[in-house]
Design a protein around this ligand. Sequence first.
Ligand code: UT7
Length: 333
Amino acid sequence: MSTFARIAGLGHHVPDRVVTNDDLAALMDTSDAWIRERTGIVERRFVEDGTTCTDLAEVASRAAMVNAGWEPGEVDFIIFATLSPDLYFPGNGAILQHQLGLGPVGALDVRNQCSGFVYALSAADAYIRMGMARKVLVVGAEVHSRGLVFSDSGRDTAVIFGDGAAAACVEAVGPESGSRILRHALHADGKYARELCILKPGSASAPYVSNDHIEAGLTAPYMNGREVFRHAVTKFPAVIQEVLEAEGLEAADVDFLVPHQANLRITEAVRQRMGLPEDRVASNISHYGNTTAASIPLAFSEAVAEGKVKRGDLVCLAAFGAGFTWGASLLRY
Ligand code: UT7
């Protein structure tokens, strides 16, 4: 009998501390008007001292498990997507396993930045379908605020990114279940690896990291915003079309689209290209900024909590970001 996977529940968690555009304008040459017009961001959340990326993930995971009706001890695998892990190594998956007090279940870390959650979900789906796992905790979480440069030199990225976490409980279901993940499409083009990256620490040149690297800004994110934007507005619709066509569906069939929250202008361009009304497309970038691997599950979790997504709805998740990597998942919630 074939096995499928479904999202049994979602949960999210953001830090309490709200940082407005004006707060950032006090630190660097930027303005509320520039940030709103170019990105749609009004405010974002930053962690307080002492809170780690895994701490945010732990709260989000516990919320997701409550919503799914799971006991923590039932989790048999963790997949953790982040670009801002607590440590250079090991990854956050193992740290979360410990913080949740789980037995020695497997923990996989995914480094696919903005498309991290879609890649992680596809892996959970595959593990479940092949019988390797039955209850997989899939997490996307970021603490960007500690890696940004809050001065004029870092303003192009400092105003965009925010902290947050979200998790999905993905479980095995039988072929009779109408609630199931349908398919994924995943892509990468490493020709553009250095258009959006953090160069150091890294083993491409010695040493991994030095004071010179820090002074030269190599430990801060670099982003060629225009180039990323140009690719994003074409890759999002193409990969959404790819998963829909493979299922014999079209844009109008999508009950709810959850695009990665990179820029309101990108989300709007994709929404208009698909001919979807605003109430069928997730948009929370105004409150949280770009939370990278957390962005899709955070927007999805909020939409479910607000009643915008119901069981049985056709939901499409779509992402584009560093790598470049991009992808889409199609599911019946
Ligand atoms: O999730 C990961 C993927 N990331 C993305 O998808 C980001 C995609 N790209 C974007 O969202 C946009 O390119 C940005 C929001 C990053 C930038 O918007 P833009 O309209 O492409 O602006 P730009 O980079 O072309 O910069 C326009 C001007 C420049 O000044 P000049 O050269 O015209 O004098 C920048 O120096 O805005 C300046 N600028 C700023 N001004 C005020 C750059 N950052 C800022 C800032 N505040 N924070």
